[in-house]
Every structure is written in structure tokens, then in C-alpha cells.
Design a protein around this ligand. Structure first.
Ligand SMILES: Nc1ncnc2c1ncn2[C@@H]1O[C@H](COP(=O)(O)OP(=O)(O)OP(=O)(O)O)[C@@H](O)[C@H]1O
Length: 281
């Protein structure tokens, strides 16, 4: 795997024209971010903190009003990267998964002989090959999100940009979509995953937290809840940023107070069980 930078945002600030004319403030301020090939980056932040705007700027969908520089090494063409949105019907254009992906590729100008293999492979990659001729309205919200993801894969999007794609899904579908995207990442796809749900994170995920248009945390998800081991009982970065520590984190803190240091700070009960079994080995 190559480790060249795919996307680099240097001192990016952004104010939409409407705000400039009202002399309002920036929506993004001094964003510094490098996305490397194959990386998984989770982006957290309260409502209105600038997550979606950051994704749109990174995708090249917003250009006017952007200051600073955006480098797209190894991405090649200067066209915008598609974003999968929160609403499962948002980006779909066909009446079946097959039609959706094929139409997308036609619109992109992919040569006819390339369309069928690309569409088949991408639908296979998200586990929809057996449902590809089923009407979209008979699919669940999660399956529709997988169709949208298949479209991005087929169009050879250099990075999967996902904006709260599980927000409207039930827990079962959420975990199916999450595990498909995790597998794609393990196979080398770069992923930017916006979420408001801590339970979707893995302790090792590179995690960015946004607040008022700035990146205020850039480290692994586990570190978000690491409390200082000595001295005054300062809160972890996550607590200081206003996140409620999940149950698993609280148990890890309690174990730490008893002298049991887990190999990482778990965010879910499953991760806690795994961390404890590592400790016991
Ligand atoms: N074109 C625009 N004109 C004016 N204000 C805007 C524009 N686009 C975004 N904003 C404002 O910028 C802020 C950041 O919006 P953004 O959608 O990026 O936040 P977010 O973190 O994705 O929020 P959410 O979690 O609610 O989706 C919000 O206050 C929003 O109202």
C-alpha cells in the first residue's frame, strides 16, 4: 500500500458568500488535515460544528469562499468526490440497485464495456449482488445506503465520504452498514466517517472532533477518554469537549483506579470484553 498523502487541507477557512456579505464569521477556521491513503478518519462534533461543511470542502463541492489550500495528490482529476448523505434516498437515481449504479456510471462517461463489470463488482462488495434487480422501495434504509456506497465504489471515488449515513437506521442495519464499510477500509479504501454516535468508533480510529468550525482534537478515539493518570482529576479531552463518556469507558476508568490498565480504552461493551480478555492473557 502506498502511503502518499491523498488529500491535504492547509489553513483552510471558509465563509459562504451570504455570510461574507453580512460580515459574519467563518464556518470553518484554519483547518489543517492530511488524509492518507487507506486511512479511516472518524469526524465527531455537535450539531452545527462544521462537520458537513468540512466534508464538502474536502470533496471539492464547495470552492467559492474557501481560503487556504487543498491538495489532492494521487487523486488525479479535479472533479468533486461524491458524498453519501444521511437520508437513504438522497443520492439515488435509479429504480433498482443495478439501474442506479449503471446510470451513475453512464452519467460519468465510463465507456460502455467497463460499466457492467464495475457495477457488478461494486454491488458484490457491499453484499447486494442478490438484490440488484429488486425495486429500491423494497429495500431497507441501510440497504439503500449500501447502494449509494456501491455507486461511489463503482465511480472509483478515491475516498469514501460518509456524512452520518447511519443516523436514520435502526441498530441492526447500522451495524451491517458499519461492518461493510469497515471491511472496505481493511481492503484499502480510505474512509471519512462523520458520526454523532461514539459506539460506531473503534478505539484505534483516528478521530477528529470539530467545534465551532475548528478541529479541536486529532488523535485515536480511545485517547478521547484518557484521563490524566496522576495529579488533579482533570477530565479527559472528550469530557472537556462535552461528550458523555460511554458505559465501557466508565468501567475502564474504574478498573484503572483499581490498578487494572486495559490495553486501550474501549467505547462499547464488546470492545470492553475484548480489552479485558487481552488483559487476562
Ligand atoms: N451556506 C451557508 N450559509 C450560511 N450558513 C451556513 C451555510 N452552510 C452551513 N452554514 C452554517 O454553518 C454551521 C456548520 O454547519 P454544518 O452543516 O457544517 O455543521 P454540522 O456539524 O455538519 O452539523 P449537523 O451535525 O447538524 O449536520 C451551521 O451553523 C450552519 O447553519
Amino acid at each position: 500500500m502506498t502511503h502518499h498523502a491523498q488529500l491535504e487541507l492547509k489553513h483552510i477557512s471558509y465563509a459562504p458568500i451570504s455570510l461574507i456579505s453580512e460580515s459574519g464569521g467563518d464556518i470553518l477556521t484554519d483547518i489543517q488535515m492530511t488524509v492518507r491513503h487507506g486511512e479511516w478518519i472518524s469526524i465527531l462534533g455537535m450539531n452545527g460544528s462544521g462537520k458537513s461543511t468540512l466534508l464538502k470542502v474536502a470533496a471539492g463541492l464547495i470552492r467559492q469562499g474557501v481560503r487556504g489550500s487543498l491538495h489532492r495528490a494521487g487523486i488525479g482529476r479535479d472533479k468533486p468526490i461524491p458524498i453519501v448523505m444521511q437520508h437513504p434516498d438522497a443520492g439515488l437515481i435509479g429504480s433498482t440497485p443495478w439501474e442506479d449504479v449503471v446510470t451513475l456510471l453512464e452519467r460519468q462517461g465510463v465507456p460502455a464495456e467497463g460499466i457492467v463489470p464495475l457495477a457488478e463488482q461494486s454491488l458484490k462488495n457491499v453484499g447486494l449482488i442478490n438484490r440488484m434487480h429488486q425495486p429500491l422501495e423494497t429495500l431497507s434504509g441501510g440497504q439503500k445506503q449500501l447502494v449509494a456506497i456501491a455507486g461511489c465504489l463503482a465511480a472509483e471515488a478515491p475516498i469514501l465520504l460518509l456524512d452520518e449515513v447511519t443516523a436514520m437506521l435502526d441498530p441492526g442495519m447500522t451495524s451491517i452498514v458499519c461492518s461493510h464499510v469497515r471491511r472496505l477500509n481493511q481492503q484499502g479504501t480510505t474512509v471519512l466517517w462523520i458520526t454523532q454516535r461514539l459506539e460506531e468508533l473503534m478505539p484505534s480510529d483516528r478521530t477528529l472532533v470539530m467545534s465551532e468550525g475548528r478541529i479541536v482534537f486529532d488523535d485515536s478515539a480511545g485517547e478521547l477518554f484518557r484521563r490524566a493518570s496522576s495529579g488533579e482529576a482533570l477530565g479527559s479531552p472528550g469530557e472537556l469537549l462535552g461528550f458523555e463518556a460511554p458505559y465501557a469507558v466508565k468501567v475502564a476508568w474504574e478498573l484503572g483506579a483499581q490498578g487494572i490498565e486495559l490495553p486501550y480504552i474501549p467505547l462499547t461493551v464488546n470492545q470492553l470484553a475484548e480489552a479485558v480478555s487481552w488483559y487476562e492473557r
